[in-house]
Design a protein around this ligand. Structure first.
Ligand code: FAD
Length: 694
């Protein structure tokens, strides 16, 4: 079987053009803050971020008659618009064959622990609607001739709930949602970075009243930083994940997220210990995940040292050529690193081996023109000598061709096309790659409607900490859509965003401005560049996929010291355009302290290896084996079962990061709704629980 897909079809799925934004509305008011006339915009709700999650919330709100505006650092920046993989995945209830069971799906979503059970069910049951509405907007998800959606298996997914439009699923989601936002005439403020949340009130009465932003279009001689105010009764944080936190990263450039912003506003964060790491090409080149068919084609993987000598390093780990080949293949759907998969010669031994090569200063490559070299002394690579699951998959996919590039071309020509678009021809040259940080599973703590701990402030998408320790591939995009819709429904029901806020926000705006001015100090010895390299190096070297208690606690002390220095000296910036970056780096340094605080707390309390992190400890009971013996240096702790039932909550009080734990919220699987009994709660809006924190 060969797939012959015409070039124009491949082009449409890889080169996804974005729509033209409408002209921006001018501010009708200004507020004098510290001598600067700052433009003031008013709205019912400000959505911060224009990724798939933010656009979803904005569109859903506008359709409910709310007064909503979008502010975005970069209209088509962020992970949704700029990231992907061979088949970028959406995880939804299976809509083919025999359908799905939402409760079973919820169990699969929360299988890694530390996840609220009700949230998992919300994501499962909401996924069908999420998918159907995206299809309605024009998302080209592939179908069989009878309308069932084509499916495959992805990581942490034992059933096959994944589907995909190709390498750029999330960009296509952004496109169809943006077209809808434009059609609905939603005001969009591009190149507008939220710098501070404005709040009013104390204790339980504290709530969000707007945003202080820095904005390219408002930069003038009299307002050189481009300060702008947005007054709104509701704010939805949809600013994505903290991609800049790690040096070794497959996030696109310039992803800061909103963890620091939220910490400064006193908002509680959760599960910050949980991130995903896996193989991909880094953001210094073209950041892309190497999951799915890239590895299922079983390319030759090797490293090159400073002298240019090639090393067939994986052969030092696996016992046979068949074992090595089968585990490279399995990285296709066991993509994120997982400590237990380093055991028993599993697929994460591949990640560990690559991590060690890179740490030793060698560059690692995938060569699609060469089959794997054999493990010395063993038989050569042969498609007839693979583990059963691998042979079956390649057989079904018709991937019996002689070379990896032919197999890849047969299984997924878009995978080759995609790199070509970025001037990398993997059919001609080997591809350099590494193990990178890819996703933050934790984030802002929210309830089942996306409400954060600050009244009026919601968080959705990667900004929210809704995932537990692991998540099935594609669950991030699903969660962003489901919670974007849920938050919009809740905001609609609250009535708080029906009209633009008329509040006088001068006092909180003045306080926020003083905080901004205490950070941006042209003559500080700390610069954007120095903070970036310190934070990123610390996070990648001490808090990456491999870490240990001693290094994490030393890293935490260093992170605290950096934040003390920033508080004392501020951050220098070269041009006015860099002032926004200085604020984002100050907030990223805070986020880094929060992540390290949570990790340090976890390890001190006996936390073991889970998700995409191995906690190394000479007293650990697990040790990865290689063909030449145990890797004692990587002996690691096992996960503690009790930690699956709780989540670590982080918040900032004064300049101190506070840590607590809370139990996962439960979901009673035996509870059944009954139409006549439960209908009134829907009709009267009781389901929204509006008394609490709205
Ligand atoms: C390489 C890679 C592959 C991935 N593959 C998958 C996959 O197959 N399936 C899956 O489910 N997930 C995948 N993910 C994760 C998923 O893409 C993201 O979690 C998701 O796209 C996040 O969407 P979002 O809308 O929350 O944020 P983003 O898409 O990152 O959007 C954030 C938005 O906020 C804006 N912004 C940021 N800060 C500010 C600020 N201070 N003020 C104003 N605006 C701001 C940005 O400009 C951007 O518009 C992948 C991630 C990567 C990096």
């Amino acid at each position: 079987m060969t797939i012959d897909v015409p070039q124009h079809i491949l082009d449409a799925l890889t080169d996804v053009d974005m729509p033209k934004l409408l002209p921006e509305a001018a501010a009708t008011e200004t507020v004098n803050l510290g001598g600067i006339d700052v433009p003031l915009y008013r709205a019912g709700c400000v959505v911060v971020g224009s990724g798939a999650a933010g656009l979803r919330a904005a569109v859903e709100m506008k359709r409910r008659g709310d007064d909503v505006v979008i502010v975005s650092q970069s209209a088509w920046g962020g992970t949704s618009a700029c990231s992907g993989s061979d088949k970028q995945t959406l995880h939804t209830a299976n809509t083919a064959d025999q359908g799905d069971n939402f409760k079973a799906m919820a169990r699969a979503i929360r299988a890694g622990g530390a996840m609220d059970e009700d949230t998992a069910y919300v994501e499962a049951v909401g996924s069908a609607r999420m998918m159907a509405s995206l299809q309605f907007l024009g998302l080209p998800l592939p179908q069989d001739p009878l309308g069932g959606t084509l499916r495959y298996q992805t990581d942490h997914d034992e059933v096959g709930r994944a589907t995909s439009c190709g390498p750029r699923t999330s960009r296509l989601m952004v496109k169809v949602l943006a077209e809808e936002a434009i059609r609905l005439d939603i005001p969009f403020f591009n190149h507008t970075t939220a710098a501070k949340l404005l709040t009013e009130g104390e204790g339980d009465g504290r709530r969000v009243v707007g945003v202080l932003a820095v904005r390219l279009n408002d930069r003038t001689e009299a307002n050189p930083l481009g300060l702008a105010l947005f007054a709104s009764s509701v704010v939805v944080l949809a600013a994505g994940g903290p991609g800049e936190l790690y040096r070794d990263s497959v996030y696109p450039n310039g992803c800061f997220g909103s963890l620091g912003l939220a910490l400064e506003a006193g908002i509680e964060l959760v599960n910050l210990t949980e991130s995903q790491f896996g193989i991909g090409t880094r953001r210094e080149g073209f950041p892309w995940n190497l999951s799915g068919t890239y590895v299922q084609a079983i390319p030759h993987i090797y490293s090159v040292d400073a002298d240019g000598t090639e090393h067939h390093f994986l052969a030092e780990y696996y016992r046979t050529t068949q074992e090595m080949a089968s585990n490279i293949f399995r990285k296709g759907y066991q993509w994120p690193f997982h400590s237990t998969r380093m055991l028993d010669f599993g697929s994460s031994l591949v990640d560990l081996a690559i991590y060690r090569e890179t740490a030793a200063g060698r560059r690692v490559f995938m060569d699609f023109n060469r089959n794997l070299l054999p493990v010395p002394g063993d038989l050569p690579f042969d498609l007839g000598r693979l583990d059963d699951d691998v042979a079956r998959y390649l057989g079904n996919a018709g991937a019996g061709q002689d070379t990896p590039i032919q197999r890849l071309r047969n299984m997924n020509p878009l995978a080759i096309e995609l790199y070509r678009r970025y001037k990398v021809d993997i059919a001609a040259e080997p591809l350099e790659f590494a193990v990178n940080n890819q996703h933050m599973n934790g984030g802002i703590m929210v309830d089942v409607w996306g409400r954060s701990s600050l009244a009026g402030c919601y968080a959705i998408g990667e900004a929210a900490g809704t995932h537990g320790v692991t998540r099935p591939g594609g669950a991030a995009l699903n969660a962003g859509q489901v919670f974007g819709t849920r938050a919009a429904e809740h905001i609609g029901a609250s009535g708080k965003a029906k009209t633009a806020s008329a509040a006088d926000i001068r006092i909180p705006a003045g306080a926020a401005l003083s905080e901004v001015l205490s950070v941006v100090k042209p003559d500080s010895s700390l610069s954007v560049r120095s903070i970036r390299s310190e934070v990123q190096a610390r996070m990648s070297d001490k808090a990456g996929l491999i870490c240990d208690g001693e290094s994490v606690s030393a890293a935490l002390a260093a992170a605290r010291s950096l934040n003390d220095q920033i508080r004392q000296n501020g951050i220098a910036y070269d041009r006015a355009a860099e002032a926004g970056r200085a604020i984002q780096w100050q907030q990223m340094a805070l986020a880094s302290e929060a992540v390290l605080s949570a990790l340090d707390h976890f390890i001190r309390n006996g936390g073991g290896s889970r998700g995409a992190r191995a906690i190394c400890d000479p007293k650990g009971v697990s040790v990865p084996l290689t063909s030449s013996g145990p890797l004692e240096e990587y002996r690691f702790r096992k996960e503690r079962d009790a930690h699956r039932d709780e989540q670590i909550v982080v918040c900032r009080r004064g300049d101190v990061v506070k840590i607590a734990a809370r139990a996962n919220r439960k979901f009673d699987e035996s509870a059944k709704s009954f139409f006549e009994r439960d209908w009134p709660a829907w009709l009267t809006g009781q389901i929204y629980d509006l008394q609490k924190n709205s």
